[in-house]
Design a protein around this ligand. Structure first.
Ligand code: B4P
Length: 193
């Protein structure tokens, strides 16, 4: 089983590239952002609680997202691989994911970290906010809060996996197709097609 983490700050292209990667490799796509937005759309109790954090640009509590990922892994026992998009976002989430995968005799294969300048990130997210229904993309203060959360709590997740030699950095600026080719090359070097 191949387990990829697509890592990077908000707006770095994780969601965009994930769509293309799962189409090519046939893995199960697990985006905690998408799972949370589904809960919000269904007006579930979990969704209502998560919305309060998301609208302020804060991370949702670890136990909520870890529980969602645990259920999603259990629901796909025959997957040939998973693409984790937007998860893990804290060191506690990374440790929990390692434990969940170890319980299934598996582990993270590779972490691809997209690198994009802060001003480009803000511009992309504000641009998406013009057309999407996402409440967290419309206000520059909320976007900057998300970036601050990334620097304070999420960036260390790359250091956590770097200790195991699992991280490759990718320049996330340029055309979507060029970035996709760089990602595919890293994956195929690790997992011959
Ligand atoms: P996410 O849904 O993960 O959203 P995101 O980080 O903003 O990135 P996304 O993947 O959607 O955007 P992309 O970079 O592809 O999280 C939303 C919120 O949910 C978080 O703030 C948090 O509150 C909560 N949450 C989610 N997971 C959590 C967790 N594990 N723990 C706690 N809380 C959690 O794209 C952005 C834009 O850039 C798009 O418009 C795209 O078209 C554009 N773009 C992409 N690539 C481009 C390129 N090469 N050039 C130009 N534009 C590009």
């Amino acid at each position: 089983m191949f387990n990829l983490i697509l890592f990077g700050p908000p707006g770095s292209g994780k969601g965009t590239q994930s769509e293309k990667l799962i189409e090519k490799f046939g893995w199960i796509h697990l985006s905690t952002g998408d799972l949370l937005r589904k809960e919000i759309a269904n007006a579930s109790q979990l969704g209502l609680e998560a919305k309060a954090f998301i609208d302020k640009g804060q991370l949702v509590p670890d136990e909520v997202v870890i529980g969602m990922i645990g259920s999603a892994l259990d629901a796909n026992p025959n997957a040939k691989g998973f693409l984790f998009d937007g998860f893990p976002r804290t060191e506690a989430q990374a440790e929990a994911l390692d434990n969940l995968l170890a319980g299934k005799g598996s582990e993270i294969s590779l972490v691809l970290a997209l690198e994009v300048s802060e001003e480009e990130l803000v511009a992309r997210l504000l641009n998406r906010g013009l057309t999407s229904s996402r409440s967290d993309d419309r206000d520059e203060n909320v976007i900057r809060k998300r970036l601050q959360e990334y620097h304070n709590k999420t960036a260390i997740v790359a250091d956590y996996y770097a200790k195991f030699g699992k991280v490759a950095k990718i320049k996330g600026e340029g055309s979507i197709d060029d970035i996709f080719r760089l990602l595919v090359a890293k994956i195929e070097a690790k997992q011959p097609a």
